[in-house]
Design a protein. Structure first.
Length: 85
């Protein structure tokens, strides 16, 4: 899945929607967490275009995974949510 932290300095690497087969520009960040696998502060991210934001949000929400939906340009990675290496 695409991540808002993807390096976009190279040409043609603008963030794209995480929906299967979609190549539209990402507008939204869907922050989620699977409580069976991740610590409470950890946030995984999917990117969504306008068309797929609702569908992807619903997919995560019915599973109890969705934590936040924010505009891509406003996204700030929460402290402590990075993967521990």
């Amino acid at each position: 899945m695409n991540s808002p932290d993807t390096d976009t300095s190279a040409p043609g690497t603008d963030p794209t929607c995480s929906a299967k087969g979609c190549r539209a520009a990402a507008v939204w960040v869907l922050a989620w967490n699977n409580p069976k696998l991740h610590t409470p502060e950890r946030r995984k991210t999917w990117l969504a275009c306008e068309e797929h934001r609702e569908h992807l949000s619903r997919f995560l929400d019915v599973r109890g995974f969705l934590k936040d939906v924010v505009k891509l340009e406003e996204w700030v990675q929460p402290e402590g949510s990075e993967r521990q290496r």
